[in-house]
Ligand binder design. Structure first.
Ligand code: ZN
Length: 322
C-alpha cells in the first residue's frame, strides 16, 4: 500500500497537493478494503503465517468470525491529515465523548522500559512463561537515529489512555515510566489478570531489517503448559486482534506487515510470556519497523503516533462493544 509516511504533505507541492492527497486516501481505502476482505471479518480465518512452535494452535477459535459491522464500517473517527497534535480532551474513538466503555477496564502494556538499558543484569533474569523460560524483560529496539522503542511505546500508550478514558474506560498501565526497570513479562501478564481487565494490548515497534514495513498484531497461541493456559483467551484475543488491525489500518493508513503474517497483519506466537500467562484477552501490537527509514519517519512523528493511538483505542472499543 502507499506509504502513509507522506503525511503531512508538504505545502510546496501547491496545486498538486489535492490530487496527491486524494490518490493517497483512495489507496489507503483500497488497502483497507483488501485487508478487510482477507482478514476474516467476513467469516474466513486469515492464514497463520507464523505457526506456533508449541503443541497447539488449531485452526481457529470457536468464535463466529467477528461481527465486522461494529468495527470498521463507519468512518466517524477518521483523522484528517495534518491533525494537530492534541493530547488533551479530544473526543473519544468514533467522535464520541461518552460512556461506551463505562465500567470496562483496559490494560495497556507499554513494551520495555526506557531505563532497562541501565539494568541489563536485572532484566536478564529468567522467568517462567509456562512452556519455557525467558528473560525478565528486554531493552527493545530503536530507530537508526536512536529513538528508543521504549519511548515510543510509552508515548503511544499514554495517548491511547487519553482516548479510552474519554469513552469512560478505566485504564491500567503495567508501567508508566515510573519504575527503574521492567516489569518482567510474567508480571506484565499478571497485571491484566489482577486488574480483571476486559482487554489488554501490549504496545511495541519491531526491529526488523530495512525494507520490512508495516504493522502486525501478535495473537496468543493455544498453550497449556505449566502456569500457562490460554485456552479461554485464544478466541477472544483473535477477535480483539482483528478489531485492532482493522482500526489501525483505518486510523494510520499503514499497511499490514510485508515481511510476516502473509499480508493479514496477524501472527500467532507461543513464545511470549506476556501472552502465555494472560487470563484475559490480550494481543501485542507491533506498530511498525523502527529499522526501516520510512516506517521510522512515521514512528518518530507525534502526529502519526496520535493516529496510532486512535487506532488502538478504536480497536479496543470495537472489541468491547461488538
Ligand atoms: Zn518490543
Amino acid at each position: 500500500m502507499s506509504n502513509g509516511s507522506t503525511f503531512p504533505p508538504r505545502r510546496r507541492f501547491g496545486g498538486t497537493l489535492v490530487v496527491v492527497l486524494a490518490a493517497l486516501l483512495a489507496a489507503c481505502a483500497a488497502g483497507w478494503l483488501i485487508w478487510r476482505s482477507t482478514s476474516g471479518h467476513g467469516g474466513d480465518r486469515p492464514p497463520k503465517a507464523l505457526p506456533a512452535a508449541s503443541p497447539s494452535s488449531p485452526g481457529g477459535p470457536p468464535g463466529k468470525g467477528g461481527t465486522g459491522g461494529t468495527g470498521a464500517g463507519d468512518d466517524g473517527g477518521r483523522p484528517t491529515p495534518g491533525d494537530p497534535d492534541d493530547k488533551g480532551d479530544r473526543p473519544g474513538p468514533g467522535g464520541h465523548t461518552g460512556t461506551r466503555l463505562k465500567g470496562r477496564t483496559v490494560l495497556l502494556d507499554p513494551g520495555h522500559n526506557p531505563a532497562n538499558r541501565d539494568h541489563t543484569r536485572e532484566i536478564a533474569r529468567q522467568v517462567d512463561v509456562g512452556n519455557g523460560r525467558k528473560e525478565c524483560d528486554t531493552t527493545g529496539t530503536s530507530t537508526n537515529d536512536g529513538y528508543a522503542e521504549a519511548s515510543f511505546t510509552l508515548d503511544v500508550a499514554r495517548r491511547a489512555r487519553t482516548l479510552l478514558r474519554a469513552e469512560g474506560a478505566k485504564v491500567v498501565f503495567t508501567q508508566d515510566g515510573d519504575r527503574p526497570y521492567g516489569p518482567c513479562v510474567d508480571e506484565r501478564a499478571r497485571a491484566g489478570n489482577e486488574a480483571k481487565a476486559d482487554a489488554a494490548v501490549s504496545v511495541h515497534a519491531d526491529g526488523a531489517g530495512a525494507g520490512n514495513r508495516g504493522f502486525h498484531v501478535i495473537l496468543p497461541a493455544r498453550v497449556t503448559a505449566g502456569a500457562a493456559d490460554t485456552s479461554a483467551i485464544v478466541g477472544p484475543s483473535r477477535r480483539l486482534g482483528e478489531h485492532l488491525a482493522g482500526r489501525f489500518v483505518a486510523a494510520t493508513g499503514s499497511a499490514p506487515a510485508n515481511y510476516l503474517g502473509g499480508g493479514t497483519g496477524l501472527v500467532v506466537r507461543s513464545d511470549l510470556g506476556g501472552l502465555n500467562l494472560s487470563g484475559i484477552p490480550k494481543v501485542f501490537l507491533e506498530c511498525g519497523n523502527m529499522r526501516d527509514a520510512k516506517d521510522a519517519a512515521q514512528l518518530t512523528d507525534p502526529q502519526w503516533r496520535e493516529k496510532a493511538a486512535r487506532g488502538i483505542a478504536e480497536g479496543i472499543t470495537g472489541f468491547l462493544t461488538e
